[in-house]
Every structure is written in structure tokens, then in C-alpha cells.
Write a protein of this length. Structure first.
Length: 155
């Protein structure tokens, strides 16, 4: 039996985050392949645990000030390259492309070993508790970028 040593919330890496997840029966369709919509769950877990590893818990961001800070998916592009199967160990990798203003852009991949299964580009809108756009605080942007926010090239 293979032995794995994975942290529950994954680990930070250069420019992003890596999370391991196992495929369970509940993730598959009648063919034994992962149902396409379940990849959204894996990607969300990757983004949520990325935040957690950066020390940005979503409940704390919401209550940090009067305005509150909330992340919502604004746009997502997904390329389905190859299917995953039950019992596969998947690695969900999340890399920050942009963090500033009222949005973030994250590039995500799901791999089985060296094989790329899913590639996704996710645009995250930053809003307040009332659903209005708000600026991402520089301190939060710096965590995602791994460098001071003023070093970011505007897009």
C-alpha cells in the first residue's frame, strides 16, 4: 500500500497553493469517471484552503470591518483535458495571476501525478457584505502575490 503525507489544508508553494484530494464514489457518475460538475468542488476546496493557508479566513474577512470583505466567482473558464477516476489522488494547484483593485485572477490545475486533467482560470470579484464592489486591501493582495502590492503591473 502506498503511503501519503498530505496536510489537511494543503501547502503554500511559490506563487500559490497545492492541495491533495482523493476521488470518492460520490464524485463519480455511472461510468466510474468523475462527474464534470464535481471538478468545481475540487477547485473550490483548493481556493478555500489557499485562503486558509494564507491566514485569511473568510468569516474573519467578513467581520473585519463595517464594510466586510467577500470573494465571489465572477467568471470561470475550464478546459477538461482527461477524466479522473475513483480512488485517484488529485493535486489541486492554485496560482495567483493578479490580486488588486476589486478582483483577483487565479489559475488552477487539477493533476493526477504529472497528468493534467483540468485547467481553469477563475476571476474572483471582491465585494462588501451588501454585494457592492470594494477594493482588495493591499495587505490581503500582498499575501496572494507573495510581494508588496505596489510591485504588481496593472493589467
Amino acid at each position: 500500500m502506498k503511503e501519503y503525507n498530505f496536510l489537511l489544508s494543503g501547502e503554500l508553494m511559490e506563487g500559490g497553493h497545492r492541495l491533495a484530494q482523493r476521488v470518492y464514489y460520490e464524485d463519480t457518475d455511472f461510468s466510474g469517471l468523475v462527474y464534470h460538475a464535481r471538478y468545481l468542488h475540487f477547485l473550490e476546496r483548493g481556493r478555500t484552503d489557499y485562503l486558509r493557508c494564507l491566514g485569511c479566513e473568510q468569516s474573519a474577512l467578513l467581520s473585519a470591518d463595517e464594510e466586510g470583505l467577500v470573494f465571489v466567482v465572477h467568471r470561470m473558464e475550464i478546459d477538461f483535458k482527461q477524466p479522473a477516476r475513483m480512488d485517484d489522488i488529485l493535486i489541486i494547484q492554485t496560482i495567483t495571476e493578479k490580486a488588486g483593485g476589486a478582483k483577483m485572477v487565479l489559475n488552477q490545475e487539477i493533476r493526477r501525478g504529472d497528468t493534467l486533467l483540468i485547467a481553469a482560470k477563475v476571476v474572483i470579484a471582491v465585494i462588501n457584505r451588501h454585494g457592492r464592489p470594494r477594493r482588495l486591501p493591499e495587505s490581503v493582495a500582498e499575501k496572494f502575490l507573495g510581494r508588496p502590492a505596489e510591485q504588481v503591473n496593472p493589467v
